[in-house]
Design a protein around this ligand. Structure first.
Ligand SMILES: Cc1cc2nc3c(=O)[nH]c(=O)nc-3n(C[C@H](O)[C@H](O)[C@H](O)COP(=O)(O)OP(=O)(O)OC[C@H]3O[C@@H](n4cnc5c(N)ncnc54)[C@H](O)[C@@H]3O)c2cc1C
Length: 423
């Protein structure tokens, strides 16, 4: 039985801990915050329940999530997103999207010939093998291959939504086609579930198999002796482990890299910036409309998820829970100067789509820059090794490690890989 210390109780840390505990290891998870879940932690307010970040489970029937759910016997009650409720906002009007049946009829594209062309380009974009030069971005591919501006706009919006990322010129085309071809082509690409349930079930799985979860534990250093990890430092005290798994984002990681060989190994990774979106969530006491599950604003770059509709247990009866995101440009990501304008523009969108919304506000949550993901998905990204080459017994998990998709997928992927390496 190995004694494994896991630093950080984000999605990846919790999944790793649950798998390792189930497989008979002695697991201790240490989280600096008083609550679990990291960027997937769950907020409950006025009868509404919503995760900070992870809203949609991507491809729940795909590996590795399927095996994780099976091995941990997690009750995953999820709800498939309805394509007929997936809409676009264009020229101030809500229209059907060119996905699914909308492929040949959506007003987003004019003329039958262009509809056919759009469909063809769409399939070309998502069905290719990932064999592009490392520096080829999605934005570049669209510019090189799609000359019709309407089609280019729709495909850019689709790609931006698929990767929650407005910066398509920084997003690798290889990563994108890997994601779409491998995860999205199957019949359940986007599903919703209560993350409160997932987090609770993961905690149960950890404690049921003898693992410990310690909150309010900030880890300030790693103990490395003769090239082998020996433990961590918490509140000035030495806590010994046979193996250590780090589930912490790049900026935090750099604070733990005082050991010279580690600093060299992770320098490129730790110095890279993450990617941010503007978030505007709205809890309403009245359901104003139920025909839109997901809305993509083609001109403004906003994406609205009717979370209460997609995940009914998250809103009280008759209420509506909207989650708005804005894909920020590279410039907007640098600081909060975009905040006022982003808020004004989002409220203008609400006025068009949900008129009268401001009469029913129970609560709002605005995050100027929420960290969606690390850097693994970018062109030229420096991907971490999951297992340190410089220090024996040190592993890394999280959404910034190499994963097979975007968003939370790398968390499941890296957690499973590290659990397999350690078992
Ligand atoms: C607005 C938004 C929307 C999103 N939508 C989706 C979605 O629809 N689907 C999806 O799958 N994903 C989505 N994501 C992404 C998903 O939330 C993240 O990929 C996932 O939560 C990241 O988990 P993680 O384990 O890698 O890291 P984190 O959640 O960042 O966990 C790291 C943990 O480490 C702790 N920590 C850091 N340093 C220390 C230290 N020194 N000592 C102890 N603890 C430490 C932190 O407190 C934190 O709890 C979204 C994210 C955002 C922000």
């Amino acid at each position: 039985m190995k004694k494994v210390g896991i630093v950080g109780a984000g999605l990846a840390g919790l999944v790793t801990a649950a798998l390792l505990a189930k497989r008979g290891n002695q697991v201790v998870i240490m989280e600096r915050s008083p609550i679990l879940g990291g960027r997937s932690h769950v907020i409950s307010k006025n009868g509404f329940t919503m995760s900070y970040g992870a809203h949609a489970v991507l491809a729940p029937k795909q590996e590795p999530l399927r095996s994780i759910v099976r091995e941990l016997e997690l009750p995953m009650a999820y709800r498939k997103a309805s394509l007929s409720k997936f809409k676009l906002l264009m020229n101030d009007k809500v229209i059907s999207s060119p996905l699914g049946f909308g492929a040949l009829t959506s007003p987003a594209i004019t003329g039958l010939f262009n509809h056919m062309l759009c469909l063809k380009q769409f399939y070309r974009m998502v069905k290719q093998a990932p064999v592009f030069p490392q520096t080829m971005s999605v934005g570049q591919w669209i510019r090189d291959h799609v000359s019709n501006p309407e089609i280019a706009k729709v495909l850019s919006a689709y790609a931006a939504l698929s990767v929650y990322d407005g910066a398509l010129d920084l997003y690798s085309m290889n990563r994108f086609v890997e994601l779409t071809a491998r995860e999205y082509e199957k019949n359940e690409p986007l599903s919703y579930m209560g993350y409160d349930v997932l987090l609770e079930e993961l905690q149960k799985a950890i404690t049921k198999h003898g693992g410990s979860i310690l909150c309010g534990k900030l880890i300030s250093d790693l103990i490395v002796e003769a090239g082998q990890v020996k433990g961590v430092v918490c509140s000035g005290e030495r806590v010994e482990f046979d193996e250590v798994v780090l589930n912490i984002p790049p900026k935090e990681l750099s604070k733990l890299l005082s050991h010279p060989s580690l600093a060299d190994e992770f320098a490129g990774y730790a110095s890279q910036s993450a990617h941010y979106v503007f978030v505007y969530d709205l809890m309403l006491s009245k359901r104003l409309r139920g025909d839109i599950g997901n809305l993509l604003d083609l001109d403004g770059g906003f994406y609205v998820n009717d979370y209460g509709l997609n995940n009914p247990s998250s809103a009280p009866a008759g209420g509506q829970l909207l989650n708005g995101l804005k894909f920020l440009t590279e410039q907007e990501q640098l600081d909060d100067t975009h905040a006022k304008e982003s808020q004004t523009r989002f409220e203008a969108l609400l006025n068009k789509v949900y008129p009268g919304w401001d009469n029913y506000v129970v609560s709002k949550r605005i995050i100027n820059r929420a960290m969606v993901n690390g850097i693994a998905r970018r062109t030229n990204a420096k991907l971490l090794p999951l297992q340190s080459r410089a220090v024996r017994g040190l592993y890394l998990v999280g959404d910034s490690t190499e994963g097979s998709g975007a968003l939370g997928m790398p968390c499941y992927d890296s957690a499973k890989k590290v659990a397999d390496l350690l078992s």
